[in-house]
Every structure is written in structure tokens, then in C-alpha cells.
Design a protein around this ligand. Structure first.
Ligand SMILES: C[S@@+](CC[C@H](N)C(=O)[O-])C[C@H]1O[C@@H](n2cnc3c(N)ncnc32)[C@H](O)[C@@H]1O
Length: 287
């Protein structure tokens, strides 16, 4: 399977990829952006990192043509400094993060991210460690569950959803959970009523808010002066964080912001790749 990279031209042009450089794709996924960077390099290296080993293996296959320019590293954002140190002594010319989950993760029922088909309630990006979504829905107390669905999923009806989940325990599969939510909160708009609950659980299972904080803290330290950092987010909660972190770096004189307003995909791109619809891209250059 291939993942169509989001905003390919914008990402590569803002990263200012130049041959001989050292780049880090923090979220290699299926290798879409990694391949684009590798194609520009001839000499130089791109480190392809992802916490999901299954995705990383697919990225390896999808980028085999440029394998002499790519090094792979599996780990969460907190291990990025180690990923770089394993490959080079110096700092990076550029770093890219394309946040969230890939189409493969979302659509493979065995990964448990989607309520479109039945599967185990897993949702871990790294399936070798940590709590699953099933652990979360079956063992978390009602108030904690409601709070996280409210804050992470921005679901106004979180209390009702949490109460229904607790009453329906044990919840065994993605469709079971979707059905419980659907019965608790009727459909109001275009979104399936379980959308926000699934999003909140996914964010909690993968510790996504804290992971993004780590990336925003570590990323600039990994760059050399003149190095570029490009972040693509799909949720407003993430984009807000990126915006604030970049602003603070600008205020402190550590970086120059290259995107006064976030870039968004063209109509042509969203026509071709509807998954790109909500993407927002921000970039900076380290001073
Ligand atoms: C939107 S996909 C990236 C797709 C990729 N740019 C491509 O073109 O194929 C996001 C990827 O980031 C990974 N990811 C998300 N959060 C992560 C984290 N904190 N640490 C490492 N990888 C993460 C996910 O496992 C997923 O594979």
C-alpha cells in the first residue's frame, strides 16, 4: 500500500531540500514524504522514523529505490535525538512531521482505529507496548473517560457517551463501541456520532498531545542554523500548539517563521486526495 503524501510540493520546497544534506522524517508512515526527500538528495541522508514498525517496513519497501540514502529508526518523538545521533555527528538541515495516522492505519480493521469495519479495539501506533483502546474503555472510571472524550475529542456530549460505555462493558470491538455511542447520542450532522470519541481514544492511547509537545521542544534543538522545520497537522488542537510554539521561538529570536498563515492544500489536491482536506502546514527556519 502507498500513502499519498500530503502537500508534497509545499513540503519539499519549504524544507529547502538540497543534495548532501541531512534530513529527518519524524513520521515516515508508508514513506511518501521520505521518498520525495530522498529523490532530491543524490548524496546525503534522510532518516525515516516512525513508532509503528509495520508502517516502517512498508516504508522500507516503498522507498527501496533510494535505499542508499535512507536510514530507518523506530520510536516515538522522544527518541528522535537518538535517531539522529545514530546516523551523524552533526545537526539536521531539515525536519518534517506529518502528524496523525496514515490511511493504512485508519483502514486496516486489525489496527482498530476505524468504526467503518469491525476489529479489535487496539489503536496503538506501536503495537508492541502500552495500553489499548479496549483497556481504556473497559477499565477507566466514568469521569476520567468523560473528561478525555470532552477535552481530546472536543465532544460536547462526552458525559452521555462515557455513561453509555460504562454500562455496556465489556466492549470488545470497534463496531461494538461505535454502536454503543450511536445509541447514546443520536446523529445530528454529517459526522458519525462516534467520530469524536474514536479520535479522543486514539489520542489518549498514543499520548498524542504530550508527544507533540516533545516534538516541538526537541525539534528546534536538532536543527543547525538555517535548518528548516515543517509540521503538517490535521486537527485544530494540534495546529494551535504548533502555531504557539513557533511564535514563541520567533519572539525569542531563535527562529524565523516562514508561514505567516498556515498553508493549506489546493482544491486540486483535495479533489485528488480528500484525506488532505484539513491539513495545515507551518514552517520555520532556525536562526
Ligand atoms: C500521516 S502519517 C505519515 C504519512 C507519511 N508522511 C507518508 O507520506 O507516507 C503519520 C505517521 O506518524 C506516525 N506517528 C504519529 N505520532 C508519532 C509519534 N509520536 N512518534 C513517531 N511516529 C508517530 C504514525 O505511526 C503514522 O505512521
Amino acid at each position: 500500500m502507498l500513502h499519498i503524501p500530503v502537500m508534497p510540493a509545499e513540503s519539499i520546497s519549504l524544507l529547502a531540500v538540497r543534495t548532501g544534506g541531512l534530513y529527518l522524517d519524524c513520521t515516515a508512515g508508508l514513506g511518501g514524504h521520505t521518498a520525495l526527500i530522498a529523490q532530491q538528495l543524490v548524496s546525503g541522508t534522510v532518516i525515516a522514523n516512525d513508532r509503528d514498525s509495520v508502517s516502517l517496513e512498508m516504508a522500507r519497501q516503498n522507498t527501496a529505490e533510494w535505499k542508499d540514502r535512507i536510514r530507518f529508526h523506530q520510536g516515538p518523538f522522544s527518541t528522535l535525538a537518538k535517531a539522529v545521533a545514530e546516523v551523524a555527528m552533526g545537526k539536521l538541515d531539515g525536519l518534517l512531521a506529518d502528524l496523525g495516522v496514515s490511511r493504512y492505519q485508519l483502514t486496516d480493521p486489525l489496527r482498530g482505529f476505524s468504526f467503518m469495519s469491525d476489529g479489535p479495539l487496539d489503536m496503538r501506533m506501536d503495537q508492541s507496548t502500552g495500553m489499548t483502546a479496549a483497556d481504556l474503555v473497559n477499565y477507566t472510571d466514568e469521569k476520567t473517560l468523560a473528561d478525555l472524550i470532552f477535552h481530546l475529542g472536543e465532544e460536547r456530549r462526552a458525559r452521555k457517551v462515557a455513561r453509555a460505555i460504562v454500562r455496556a462493558r465489556p466492549i470488545r470491538s470497534t463496531l461494538h463501541l461505535a454502536d454503543v455511542v450511536l445509541r447514546a447520542v443520536p446523529r445530528t450532522g454529517r459526522l458519525h456520532p462516534a467520530t469524536k470519541t474514536f479520535m479522543a481514544l486514539r489520542m489518549e492511547v498514543n499520548d498524542e498531545p504530550a508527544e507533540l509537545d516533545r516534538l516541538l521542544q526537541i525539534g528546534p534543538d536538532l536543527l543547525k542554523p538555517g535548518g528548516r522545520m515543517v509540521v503538517i497537522s490535521f486537527m485544530s488542537i494540534d495546529d494551535r500548539k504548533v502555531k504557539e510554539a513557533f511564535k514563541a521561538l520567533g519572539r525569542d529570536g531563535r527562529a524565523t517563521i516562514l508561514t505567516k498563515h498556515p498553508l493549506q492544500p489546493s482544491d486540486e489536491e483535495t479533489g485528488r486526495n480528500p484525506a488532505a482536506r484539513s491539513a495545515k502546514l507551518r514552517a520555520l527556519e532556525l536562526n
